[in-house]
Structures are given as structure tokens and as C-alpha cells.
Design a binder for this molecule. Structure first.
Ligand SMILES: C[S@@+](CC[C@H](N)C(=O)[O-])C[C@H]1O[C@@H](n2cnc3c(N)ncnc32)[C@H](O)[C@@H]1O
Length: 231
């Protein structure tokens, strides 16, 4: 099913969500990495850390919404260079303080929907736990921005969560535009409504149709990893 964006005035709900999303992650910066300590996810995480490092071998990578740099530390191990962008200074400050050895890693504050601050072209992109936060009606906009920064034949990897009862935050509602939402509390007592989609492999293929002919989707228990290549 293709989802079309409503006229701007009807989109207010989604735009507000995007702003709320950025505020939520700025506020969550110091507690963010706890998500990687969930015991039941450790085996999947070790596998993905190893796999993502191998995938980036000898590639110039553009990393979207890098957050605290958790994945950057694995991507950079075999890559020739990483440019990692995020909208929030709060998470970039944490990411910049990680140890990347002698690897070539650059952090840039930018909006994933425009990527105006990103210079040069890349031969691969890594999009970790960002796809699920893109409203369905902004997927095309995001992909246009992303692909404009990639060389022909570039690889794109999308890594994100599968919904697992008892491990995932419950979905609180499905919006009229088809996006799902969660209520998420933070340590300071605040609570945010966060747009978080959990596409099936088939839905993902449909969302990417028009941008690529073929998408490989690998599912672990808690995560999915999709790969496609630009023409
Ligand atoms: C779920 S976190 C993922 C962080 C990191 N990739 C990871 O997997 O650990 C989503 C990230 O998106 C960032 N973000 C929110 N809105 C953004 C935007 N418009 N452009 C770029 N990054 C954005 C947040 O600051 C946050 O770091």
C-alpha cells in the first residue's frame, strides 16, 4: 500500500511528532545506552556488531542519526572513513567522546531529511534505528536526501527493532496515517509520545519500492537488518 502525505496543514500531528522526537532524544542522551544492556538482546547485538563491522570493510560510510556513537564504534573498525550525522548536539557530545582509535570518524550536526551539512559522496550508508522513527509519509523525502549523498552502486543498510512482546515498549496507538506510537518515560519523570514503526519485511520492500528493485532482509529475534544497492 502506498502512503501519500496529506497537505501540510493536516500534517501538523506528524510534524509535531518529529519535533517531539528530536526533543525526546536530546533529553534521553545520558540514559540512551541502557537500551544496549537489555540481557535478552545481547546475543543478537554481538552478532550485529560483528556483521556491521564486516559490511563496512574498506567503505566510505555515511551514518544517519548516529546518536551516542554506539554503532559508529563498530562501523569504523574496518571502514576507510565514517561521516556520522545526528540532529541533537546532546548525543553528538557523547559520541565524540568515545574511543575510535586511529580511525577516520567525523561527526556533523545535521537533519536527516536534508543532509545539507554533509560534504562529498559516500559508497555506503548505515541507518541504525532511525527508519522506525520516519513517519510513513516522509520516507520518500528521507530517501531522496540520503541517496543524493551516495555514489551509484552504493550499499545501504537499515538496522532496526522487531516488535517483541515483553521486551519492546507496548504500542499505545496507531495514528490515522498508519504510524504507530509508544509512550516513553524518562528518568526525570517526563513522558513522550514517540512515533515508532515496526515494518514487516514485505512492508519494508513496499516502502522502498521506487528507490530500489531488491531488498534483502535478515531477521534476528529482536532486530532486522535490510540491505539494498543503488543502481
Ligand atoms: C533511536 S536513536 C538511534 C541512535 C543510534 N543510531 C543508535 O542506534 O544507537 C534516533 C536518533 O535520531 C536522532 N534524530 C532525531 N531527529 C533527527 C533528525 N531530524 N535528523 C537526524 N537525527 C535525528 C536522535 O537525536 C537520536 O540520536
Amino acid at each position: 500500500m502506498s502512503i501519500h502525505c496529506a497537505p501540510t496543514h493536516q500534517l501538523q500531528g506528524e510534524s509535531v511528532q518529529t519535533t517531539e522526537l528530536t526533543r525526546y532524544y536530546a533529553q534521553r542522551a545520558q540514559e540512551y545506552d541502557r537500551i544496549y544492556a537489555k540481557p535478552e538482546r545481547q546475543s543478537d547485538l554481538r552478532w550485529l556488531e560483528q556483521r556491521s563491522s564486516e559490511l563496512c570493510r574498506e567503505k566510505r560510510i555515511l551514518e544517519i542519526a548516529c546518536g551516542t556513537g554506539y554503532w559508529t564504534q563498530f562501523l569504523c573498525r574496518q571502514a576507510t572513513h565514517i561521516t556520522a550525522i545526528d540532529f541533537n548536539q546532546e548525543v553528538l557530545d557523547i559520541a565524540r567522546n568515545r574511543d575510535y582509535g586511529d580511525q577516520s570518524v567525523q561527526f556533523v550536526r545535521d537533519d536527516a531529511y536534508t543532509l545539507e551539512q554533509v560534504e562529498g559522496k559516500f559508497d555506503a550508508a548505515f541507518v541504525g534505528f532511525w527508519w522506525s522513527h520516519v513517519p510513513l509519509c516522509r520516507i520518500h523525502e528521507f530517501l531522496q536526501a540520503l541517496h543524493s549523498k551516495l555514489q551509484p552502486g552504493a550499499k545501504v543498510w537499515l538496522l532496526d527493532n522487531r516488535y517483541v512482546d515483553g521486551s519492546s515498549t507496548p504500542i499505545s496507538r496507531i495514528g490515522t496515517a498508519g504510524n504507530s506510537y509508544q509512550q516513553r518515560p524518562l528518568d526525570d519523570g517526563s513522558e513522550y509520545e514517540v512515533l515508532k514503526n515496526f515494518p514487516t519485511p514485505e512492508a519494508l520492500r513496499q516502502q522502498l519500492a521506487g528507490h530500489t528493485d531488491s531488498v534483502d532482509v535478515l531477521e534476528r529475534t529482536y532486530f532486522w537488518l535490510a540491505e539494498y544497492q543503488l543502481a
